[in-house]
Design a protein around this ligand. Structure first.
Ligand code: AMP
Ligand code: MG
Length: 487
């Protein structure tokens, strides 16, 4: 266990120089106080969880103090936003404070979000509000607990600094951890500004630090692109299987590591709705729940375009072609598990699709359906779930096929089936209304609910006595919260 002043820095990205990032000091926020910290994320830095309660912790993660070895940098990047190329984005309100490596030899970027203005702030104030910082904190740690690759969140620090959005709010800072903060948009920036030298420096850095195995391949860049395609196919399969809607899949929000990155108006589905749009500003539904799958490929092709100086167009095209089949295979595998199946049959895809259609028609709660399906043996479970559906005849037909399929599956021991299904079907999900209640309390100075919700979501598959209300369906008001990009 380490104390805060014992972190070991090795600022590899800062060493790439001023073409890739700019030195900027954080601007502190007033009266910093700890809102919430993640002991699991602290463990990644070998930090003793008790240090979160010390005043210096809040000072370090609110811009008041800085380690002597930190080298805060704002990164430059660009990207496609809602399908349109934006030539200059960059860290407008976040800073890479430095890179720390832990006792296991892993490097973690310390990224302070809401740290003030930078050369890339454009018209923005460089700040993040408390509500969006809490939302990112809860989402990162909840996704991690579900086994979905994501950046991590160390803590949220609140303040008395006023900021203006639709109304006056309070500034906060979030300390994000990730092995890398390089986005698709980094490669796009150097490609479209025609700076091959810098693009090469970036590419070699990413290869050496994050894809070292690809350097052993005859075409390292192609091997890296292939791995990025594979990781994205798997990531998006997990989003779809677990009902996670990202909301702003712009290429500047896509991590080169294929992990969930930059949380805005995200949502977990309550009622199943393939057409769900979680981002209130997304009028066209470009980033609706079901569109995440083709948008994943669209984003990869934007990255492919930026990699044309390194890889032939034919090879890029062929590699992009792997995305859909890989996605399909991962998705089907996850959905089979969610249904308690341990083997594969040709008709499983149809079994899943039919179920989702029935759920869509009736507005069935996506997470609870799978959880309850595992509670009892198939025949009893479907009988109990039947009333949630509108097309009862349709459900009965599905249920008959499902029960027959489950019987053919081999392992029919219900005790084992229950354990197997509950291990992949969470009871606790970060529902928008739960986040909203925690945010409302935090905005009036009470952080107990954020902390409790974080603790519940850290172990989403295990029934936690006394926490029943976190496993309930949302009230009607909780299904229609409007979340926009303004954060
Ligand atoms: P996002 O929608 O959060 O992914 O942000 C898109 C771009 O806008 C990024 O370049 C951000 O750094 C920048 N940005 C977002 N909010 C602010 C803000 N309050 N101040 C400055 N830049 C911002
Ligand atoms: Mg972003």
């Amino acid at each position: 266990m380490k104390a805060l002043d014992e972190l070991t820095f090795d600022n590899r990205f800062a060493r790439l120089g001023d073409a890739l990032s700019t030195h900027v000091l954080p601007e502190p926020i007033a009266e910093p106080c700890l809102v919430v910290a993640s002991p699991a994320a602290m463990a990644l830095l070998d930090l003793d969880p008790a240090v979160a309660e010390t005043p210096v912790f809040a000072e370090l993660f609110s811009g008041h103090k800085l380690w002597a070895e930190a080298e805060p940098r704002a990164m430059v990047y660009s990207g496609h936003q809602f399908g349109v190329y934006n030539p200059q984005l960059g860290d407008g309100r976040g800073l890479l404070l430095g890179e720390v490596y832990n006792e296991a030899g892993e490097h973690w970027d310390l990224h302070l979000k809401g740290a003030g203005q930078t050369p890339y702030s454009r018209m923005g104030d460089g700040r993040a509000v408390l509500r969006s910082s809490i939302r990112e904190f809860l989402a990162s740690e909840a996704l991690q607990a579900l086994g979905i690759p994501t950046t991590r969140a160390l803590c949220v620090i609140g303040s008395s600094t006023p900021v203006w959005r639709e109304k006056q709010e309070r500034a906060a800072m979030l300390l994000r951890l990730s092995p890398s903060h390089v986005r698709f948009g980094h490669f796009e920036y150097f490609y479209y500004t025609k700076r091959p030298e810098q693009q090469k420096a970036l590419g070699e850095h990413v290869l050496a630090m994050h894809f070292p195995k690809c350097l052993e391949q005859p075409e390292p860049y192609l091997a890296m692109f292939r791995e990025i395609v594979e990781r994205n196919a798997e990531l998006i399969a997990k989003w779809q299987a677990y009902g996670f809607c990202h909301g702003v899949m712009n290429t500047d929000n896509m991590s080169i590591l294929g992990i969930t990155f930059d949380f805005g108006p995200f949502a977990f589905l309550d009622d199943f709705d393939a057409h769900f749009i979680c981002n209130h500003s997304d009028d066209q539904g470009r980033y609706s729940f079901s569109n995440q799958v083709p948008i994943g490929q669209w984003n990869l092709s934007a990255l492919a375009q930026a990699l044309t100086p390194f890889i032939s167009v034919e090879a890029l095209r062929e590699t992009l072609g792997l995305y859909f089949p890989l996605y399909q295979a991962h998705y089907l595998d996850l959905m089979r598990r969610r249904l308690g199946l341990t083997t594969g049959e040709d008709d499983d895809q149809t079994l899943v699709e039919n179920l989702l259609q029935l759920m869509q028609n009736a507005g069935v709660d996506y997470s609870l359906f799978f959880r309850r399906l595992g509670d009892h043996a198939p025949e009893l479970a479907v009988t109990r779930l039947r009333d949630d559906f509108v097309d009862i005849k349709g459900f009965d037909a599905w249920a008959e096929r499902y029960c027959a399929r489950a019987a053919r599956d081999g392992d029919n021991d219900q005790a084992r089936r229950r354990i197997r299904m509950h291990a992949v079907n969470p009871l606790y999900i970060l529902r928008n209304y739960l986040a909203q209640k925690a945010i409302d309390a935090a905005q009036s100075g009470d952080y107990a609910e954020v902390r409790r919700l974080h603790a519940v979501l850290s172990d989403p598959f295990t029934e936690q006595p006394g926490m029943e209300r976190y496993a309930e369906r949302p009230p009607e008001w909780g299904k229609h919260l409007e979340i926009s990009c303004s954060s």
